[in-house]
Ligand binder design. Structure first.
Ligand code: SF4
Length: 214
């Protein structure tokens, strides 16, 4: 096991530089191409760095999100590789969303990350109580590798301002009242950042960022 990248100041650029220096192509950037990932891709571009980049295609994404992947590839000149679930659980989201997320998201990510030593995520501390307990660099108990969270201290306003300042395109659904965009059956427009995800349920995470091995 490699030692983790230095915590340093928690500065996003510094963390990304250290991650690429230490892990190189053994670190993966994984996302659904939300605003945070776009910030990371823009920071990598500005620093002249790159990481293998993956999009978890659950089979339930909005058409706008699927089309946006190509725009991201064009804008940043990167390949966004697609990871898909091994099976199609159909409408399981309606009766057992935890199991649906396990099949469509967690299991494919687990399989992917088995080939890496670190992964980079765009979670921010202010998004959920669980994410508020995350560290900029931490051992991911669930998936068994290092996890780097360079934007942990960023606010949503900081994210939006950064993307606007650097002319980074965003998922068009953000202009239609969505604040956080996941699978279509489980995402609603919302004024609250995570309030549109699994609206009406106690569920707040799909499991990718849950900070336990359970
Ligand atoms: S967000 Fe909804 S549709 Fe997507 S994997 Fe989870 S339960 Fe299934």
């Amino acid at each position: 096991m490699s030692a983790p990248v230095p915590l340093a100041t928690g500065d996003a650029r510094e963390l990304l530089r250290a991650t690429v220096a230490q892990f190189g192509s053994r670190a993966a950037l994984v996302s659904a191409l939300g605003p945070q990932t776009l910030c990371i891709l823009e920071l990598l571009r500005q620093e002249g760095l790159s990481l293998p980049t993956y999009f978890l295609d659950t089979g339930c994404h909005f058409a706008e999100t699927l089309a946006f992947r190509h725009e991201v590839e064009r804008h940043f000149g990167v390949e966004v590789q697609v990871v898909r679930p091994a099976i199609d659980p159909g409408t399981l989201h309606a009766t057992d969303p935890e199991r649906c997320c396990a099949i469509r998201k967690v299991q494919p990510l687990q399989q992917l990350l088995g080939g890496f030593e670190a992964w980079v995520s765009g979670i921010r501390a202010e998004q959920t109580a669980d994410r508020a307990e995350a560290a900029a660099v931490e051992w991911d108990l669930r998936f068994g590798l290092w996890k780097v969270n360079p934007l942990l201290g960023w606010s949503r306003a900081t994210v939006d301002e950064f993307l606007s300042r650097h002319g980074v395109p965003t998922n068009p659904l953000l202009a239609s009242g969505y604040r956080s965009i996941g699978c279509a059956p489980c995402t609603r427009p919302s004024t609250d950042e995570r309030g549109g995800r699994w609206a009406g349920l106690a569920k707040t995470e799909c499991g990718l960022h849950r900070r336990s091995s359970a």
